[in-house]
Write a protein that binds this ligand. Structure first.
Ligand code: A2P
Length: 339
């Protein structure tokens, strides 16, 4: 089959190529697209140099189109790309809340992907990482309320976000004042409780994405969700402190045993041995680390936990490729017309 990456030169594009190299997908040809700025440059896939082309404004001759070039590009062009018969798995927020577009984390609601009509949305990174840990708990114990506080890496703002962290940290270490472009304030030695635009209710859009997308992926809008989303000066991997109120009380041991069996989760929870989730250990990992599992002091029978998941992998590239694998396994790929 043919696979295309739109936004191949970006941070997620880079990870997509790495994940595809290790994937079980049968890829006959990989097509790489980006903006005219990087057209003609070469990237290596499975030892072969491939040339980056300008993103088409019409059909893309591929069975699977992995799009990660931002919401405005997807919004303007995704419907044109699929006129070639392929399916777009879109990493932006352009289509996530459209009724006819499945929003998919394969471990949680893979079957939703099978209902696609040409476009499937990949969730917001923070939500994807959270639901891998929370959905199994919801299935067993029923989550009534979920309070999330995030520690989000600069990779959430793409390659430019990571570059800004490194460049501005270098400036500060050399006695210069830090400036900012990708973030609302200088990011070195700072934490910024402001990701995406503020909404009328005082929450940011990033925080509301966690609410809306948790409901859509888990398929239960009755769960009360609240989030505070904070950018921190790390390169990659988002962490989240999550408090859950449950329908049926659970003990930390029961949650540990449940999550030890859950797909996509690595329980890393031995505080005595200083074992808990961290960006340092979760970066580059496919599984989401879950630890610090303990009884809630606020909700009787509730649970507190901490997760770290690689934003560029489970929060983006890996999840997108897993959706493609799910479609292939279940025979739900449309057959692209060969150009
Ligand atoms: P380019 O490298 O040519 O600018 P990131 O999220 O890391 O910033 O990456 C964004 C990706 O989206 C890059 O591959 C970038 O290509 C691509 N991109 C940005 N704007 C466009 C556009 N208008 N059309 C196609 N690709 C785009």
């Amino acid at each position: 089959m043919r696979v295309a990456i739109v936004g191949a030169t970006g941070a997620v594009g880079h990870e997509l190529m790495q994940v595809l190299e290790r994937s079980a997908l049968h890829i006959d040809e990989l097509l790489l697209y980006a903006s005219p700025r990087s057209a003609g440059s070469q990237l290596t896939f499975r030892g072969q140099a491939l040339t980056v082309q300008v993103t088409p404004e019409g059909p893309i001759p591929a069975d699977v189109i992995l799009a990660s070039a931002g919401g405005s590009v997807s919004k303007a062009l995704a419907h044109r790309w699929i006129e070639g018969g392929g399916v777009v798995i879109d990493n932006s927020s352009a289509f996530r809340y459209d009724a006819g577009v499945p929003l998919v984390v394969p471990e949680v609601n893979g079957e939703a992907a099978l209902t696609h009509q040409g476009i499937i949305a990949n969730p917001n990174c923070t939500t994807a990482i959270a639901v891998v840990a929370v959905a199994p708990i919801h299935r067993e114990y029923g989550v009534r309320r979920m309070i999330v506080s995030t520690y989000q890496a600069t990779s959430g703002a793409g390659q430019k976000g990571m570059d800004e962290l490194l460049e501005q940290t270098h400036r500060v270490l050399h006695g210069q004042e830090a400036t900012h472009k990708e973030f609302a304030h200088p990011i070195p030695f700072n934490v910024i409780p402001h990701i995406d635009a503020f909404q009328d209710n005082g929450y940011t859009k990033e925080e509301m994405k966690v609410v809306w997308e948790t409901h859509k992926i888990i398929g239960d809008p009755s769960i009360r969700v609240s989030c505070t989303a904070v950018r921190i000066p790390t390169l990659r991997t988002h962490s989240e402190a999550i408090t859950l109120e449950l329908e049926r009380p659970a003990t930390p041991d029961e949650i540990r045993a449940l999550l030890a069996q859950a797909a996509g989760v690595e329980v890393r929870d031995d505080p005595e041995a200083r074992l808990y989730p961290m960006p340092l250990t979760a970066s580059g990992k496919y599984d989401v680390e879950v630890g610090r599992i303990r009884e809630s002091l606020v909700f009787d029978g509730g649970i507190d936990l901490f997760v770290s998941g690689d934003q560029l992998l489970k929060g983006a590239a890996l999840n997108a490729v897993q959706i493609a694998e799910y479609l292939q396994t279940h025979g739900a790929l449309r057959s692209a017309q060969r150009a």
